[in-house]
Ligand binder design. Structure first.
Ligand SMILES: [Fe+2]
Length: 149
């Protein structure tokens, strides 16, 4: 997949580089094309421990317990199936979220005090949600899921 990486904040944009980075505001010159920016398991049918520590796990709940009428989806994300370590020299720094390849939010993490997990309530109820987890040692890992299935 065509992807462009912000050299300032490691945000990944798809299809084309944005005029300004939607996360850190850097100019388009700071984006480098890298179609291999997202790591993928060597064998998707037989995941290794490294894969299971980085691939985001997404759980979807349609509706938000009666709030927001029918314009809300509750999403829970954790990185990964085996919880990743959160030490300064090796941690999940952030997750970036996209609907239909369009970025809409970043959740930042810090070392030691936090699990690499987030619960968010979003106003979209359809489309494909992508979550990219960024490890400062092992790079970017992605999971995609359809909201309305
Ligand atoms: Fe890692």
């Amino acid at each position: 997949m065509k992807s462009f990486v912000c050299q300032v904040c490691n945000h990944i944009a798809f299809d084309e580089a944005p005029v300004d980075c939607p996360v850190c505001g850097s100019a388009i010159e700071n984006f480098e094309k890298d179609d291999e920016a997202i790591q993928s398991p060597a064998d998707p049918g037989n995941l290794l421990e490294t894969d299971n520590m980085h691939i985001p796990v997404i759980k979807i709940n349609t509706g938000c317990s009666g709030d927001h009428d029918n314009t809300c989806t509750s999403i829970f994300i954790k990185v990964g199936e085996i919880e990743h370590v959160m030490e300064t020299e090796h941690l999940i720094e952030f997750i970036d979220l996209y609907i239909n390849k369009k970025y809409f939010s970043r959740v930042l993490f810090t070392a030691k005090k936090i699990h690499p997990e987030a619960t968010l309530r979003i106003s979209d109820t359809s489309g494909t949600l992508s979550v990219i987890a960024y490890c400062n040692t092992h790079g970017s890992w992605r999971t995609k899921i359809k909201l309305d299935e």
